[in-house]
Design a protein around this ligand. Structure first.
Ligand SMILES: [Zn+2]
Length: 359
């Protein structure tokens, strides 16, 4: 470390300030906070030197989009952008049509680096901004990114990244849905060896979610809309510290849509194929008694899965049956319900069903 310290000091005197700040700290927190801007600066130096080396490599000039003649070199131009380590700046070759066609300057290195023409922030910064914006408002996400990168990030930029990422995700999903509708099944997602031969469970439900009255505007009455949700998981086995084997949900995947059962059906089927519904040794469909969900089960999943009404809803219906049969909230109704629920809970429905049939 001392050696590195000396070489940094020697190579780049502008880092002196950061190095002295690091040495003057006392607590570990202060030390780490002081080393962070130094680390960012070093990272930027490394990235910029790699970019400078790439800019020196031979360039393969593409043809002019108008006349097809290979473009010709027109010197170096600066490009800059914000990254997770703060602002980056580098120079790269640009070219233009030798016949003077009216097309903009082209920088082949930008394309190799995966940069869009007017992109001002790098992909990893945008990805972290989008991930933060899932949990906090854009303004908070921008503030957190600013603390991390040492560069100013505007809430509007985070909003724009989220919109673009959302648009791309929707386009990818639409493509996958269309492919599955025409019989092109997606590849199964890889999973741990231990999860290959265990049952796959799927459940679905609806949840009420608050929405803005007008897109992007906070004013007005909040409308509540139902978002249909489907979950998929493998029933994995887990051994506890005292050696007990318990069932644990593994490889959990969630599908959600603001829309009707048809929209959920297509998405759930797509994800079910990805999660191996066609090869799982056993598939269970678990849901409440909502008619739409059971209709969906009949239409799409009945051939591949065993349908089970979840215990809490089954118990609820059982109470309704008991109350109708044994004159409402009477002692006999309660007694029978307690007995029947216990049998259902422990997988012995036969006596319960016989009683209900008789009643
Ligand atoms: Zn041209």
């Amino acid at each position: 470390m001392l050696c590195l310290n000396d070489s940094i000091r020697y190579d780049d005197p502008s880092l002196q300030r950061w190095l002295s700040a690091v040495e003057e700290t006392h607590t570990l927190t202060a030390l780490l906070l002081a080393v962070w801007p130094l680390a960012r600066t070093l990272a930027r130096h490394i990235v910029e030197s790699v970019l400078a080396a790439r800019a020196q490599a031979p360039t393969c000039w593409p043809p002019c989009p108008t006349c097809g003649t290979p473009l010709r070199r027109k010197g170096l131009a600066t490009r800059q952008g914000t990254s997770l380590f703060g602002p980056l700046r580098w120079r790269r070759r640009v070219g233009r049509c030798p016949h003077g066609c009216d097309s903009p300057l082209v920088a082949p290195l930008d394309g190799e680096l995966g940069l869009q023409p007017y992109q001002r922030s790098s992909g990893e910064l945008q990805a972290l901004g989008c991930a933060l914006a899932v949990f906090v408002p854009c303004a908070t996400a921008a503030q957190l990114l600013g603390w991390y990168s040492g560069a100013a990030v505007s809430p509007r930029a985070v909003w724009g990244w989220v919109q673009r990422a959302g648009g791309q995700a929707m386009a990818t999903l639409q493509e996958a849905l269309q492919a599955v509708a025409t019989g092109q099944l997606p590849p199964e997602e890889s999973r741990a060896e231990a999860l290959t031969n265990v049952p796959l469970v799927r459940g679905a439900d609806g949840v009420m979610v608050p929405f803005r009255p007008d897109g992007g505007q906070p004013r007005g009455k909040t409308p509540w809309c139902e978002v249909k949700v489907g979950g998929l998981a493998r029933l994995g086995q887990h051994r506890t510290r005292i050696g007990q084997v318990v069932t644990r949900l593994a490889q959990r995947r969630l599908v959600a849509v603001l829309g009707g059962s048809e929209a959920l059906k297509a998405r759930l089927w797509l994800e079910a194929v990805r999660q191996g519904i066609l090869h799982a040794p056993r598939v269970v469909w678990l849901s409440d008694g909502a008619r739409g969900l059971w209709h969906l089960f009949e239409e799409r999943f009945a051939g591949h899965a065993t349908g089970i009404l979840d215990f809490y809803h089954a118990a609820h219906n059982l109470w309704k049956g008991a109350a109708a049969w044994l004159d409402g909230r009477t002692t006999p109704a309660r007694r029978w319900f307690g007995w029947a629920r216990h049998r259902l809970r422990h997988g012995q429905p036969d006596g319960v069903l016989a009683d209900l049939a008789e009643a």
